[in-house]
Design a protein around this ligand. Structure first.
Ligand code: DX5
Ligand code: ZN
Length: 227
């Protein structure tokens, strides 16, 4: 089976003083989606940005705005992120006791719903939720920071999730430590969307964007060779 692999650079690794130009650069260089990591300093030990930043960068995104919420609680902020223009809005299963309600609320707000799973969460926990989601994000690092090492034991979890999803129209997204070396492992296990921060932005800049393109092509080629 051949699957189209989407590459979703995380702007966590971009120049924070220049998001508009960085987004144009990665899209010009072949990015399929733009991944936005929202962190609250509570669910994860880092702070990034909120709905106002998402709204400000939305006009600069021509592709897909993929918003990864690493926040708890989630529900009070769904409307704000939907209003900011999120296409996909992903919440963590571990972020609260009522993830089923959260996923319903994300769809009711007009976004595609994503369910993110920490490395310590068995993918079987997603089984009752698979008809409520458009995407499951399997974390291959502990969320909070870019540039961490890929957790290889998650590859088996991706394969299990692929089997659980069956023929439902649900994408599997991989987030954390994706490089040309690790992309084939998850692609072979059934991944559709590869988030990559440091491996896309390394060596390039807005003034010198060609390395972004080379990095994206290297990840995509490695992944596609394995599907
Ligand atoms: C981690 C974030 C990731 C991160 C990926 O909490 O959710 O999206 O930016 O960065 P790399 O690709 O550098 O591991
Ligand atoms: Zn992310």
């Amino acid at each position: 089976m051949t699957r189209a692999i989407r590459i979703a650079p995380s702007i966590l690794s971009a120049d924070f003083a220049n998001f508009g130009a960085e987004i144009r650069a990665i899209e010009d260089q072949g990015a399929d989606w733009v991944h936005v990591d929202v962190m609250d300093g509570h669910f994860v030990p880092n702070l990034t940005f909120g709905p106002q930043l998402c709204k400000a960068i939305r006009p600069h995104i021509r592709t897909v705005m993929d918003v990864h919420l690493m926040i708890a609680p989630v529900d009070p902020y769904i409307a704000a992120f939907a209003d900011a223009g999120a296409d996909y809005l992903s919440a963590h299963l571990e972020a609260g006791p009522h993830v089923h309600r959260t996923l319903q609320a994300i769809r009711a707000a007009g976004c595609k719903a994503g369910l993110a799973l920490n490395p310590g969460t068995p993918v079987e926990a997603a089984a009752p939720l698979l008809d409520l989601v458009d995407l499951v994000c399997v974390m291959t690092v502990n969320p909070g920071f870019g540039g961490q090492s890929f957790i290889a034991t998650q590859v088996a979890q991706v394969a299990k999730l692929r089997a659980l999803i069956g023929d439902r129209p649900v994408l599997i997204e991989i987030d954390g430590g994706v490089t040309p070396d690790t992309a084939p492992l998850v692609a072979a296990a059934g991944a559709d969307v590869l988030v990559a921060g440091s491996a896309v932005f390394k060596g390039g800049s807005v003034a010198n964007p060609a390395p972004y393109g080379a990095n994206i092509r290297a990840i995509r080629a490695a992944a596609e060779a394995a599907t």
